[in-house]
Design a protein around this ligand. Structure first.
Ligand code: FMN
Length: 202
């Protein structure tokens, strides 16, 4: 397979496109779309978001040291795009997109009601990288929509139809290929099947 070499560019896809909510020091809420987001630590639980200093959300997060990462869904696709192309400096994006909010519990920040998962974050580290500044947030609380819990009490991400951002396009997630550790997991042998197998070998 022949490969061609390109100059450096952002090609780590697919990614989640999340909606980040924040509040300014004077209490004005904002919401903006962030695709440069990720999980960076398990204990303590931490996530990262990278923002350009020109974003109103950047100013808010620097002022208050807090933000909420709201997972997006296919249903939130329109709002996700809109909140990524309009600034809270110019309009109230919550009102424009009909986005209802509820207060976070640990920080003074709104969370999106329509988002099935909200991560309340307190800024732990801030790193100016160049075009973007990386904020590492410690996750103080996770809120999940209980209607997506399966019979074992696990959150069913497939059922909430999360939105995927891939090279300029919004997409849905695809079919299941396997589950964590499946490559090394021993296959369960059905009772009696080994016997039948042996008989078949004869
Ligand atoms: C799909 C998508 C992903 C985006 N990801 C980021 C990002 O990771 N970091 C960033 O600074 N801006 C990102 N943006 C742009 C901001 O969301 C956009 O500039 C927004 O208007 C900022 O809003 P604010 O000024 O209200 O904070 C993205 C936009 C879209 C549409």
């Amino acid at each position: 397979m022949a490969k061609i070499t390109w100059r450096p560019g952002n090609m780590l896809y697919p990614l989640p496109a999340v909606l980040v909510t924040s509040k300014s020091a004077d209490g004005a809420a904002d919401v903006c779309t962030v695709a440069w987001a990720g999980t960076v630590c398990s204990d303590p639980v931490m996530v990262s978001i990278s923002l350009r200093p020109s974003r109103k959300s950047y100013v808010n997060i620097r002022e208050t040291g807090a933000f909420v990462v709201n997972i997006t869904t296919e249903e939130l696709a329109h709002a996700t795009d809109f909140c990524g192309v309009r600034s809270g400096r110019d309009l109230d994006k919550f009102r424009a997109e009909g986005l209802l909010t509820e207060p976070a519990e640990k920080i003074d920040c709104p969370m999106l009601t329509a988002s099935p998962v909200n991560l309340e974050c307190r800024v732990r580290e801030e790193l100016a990288l160049g075009s973007h500044t990386l904020f590492i947030g410690e996750v103080l609380a996770v809120h999940v929509d209980e209607s997506y819990l399966d019979e074992k009490g696990r959150f069913d991400f497939t059922a909430c139809r999360p939105l995927v951002y891939c090279h300029g396009e919004y997409r849905a997630i695809g079919r299941k290929i396997g589950s964590f550790g499946y490559s090394v997991r021993k296959k369960k042998i059905k009772k009696g099947s080994r016997r039948r197998g042996k008989q078949a070998e004869k």
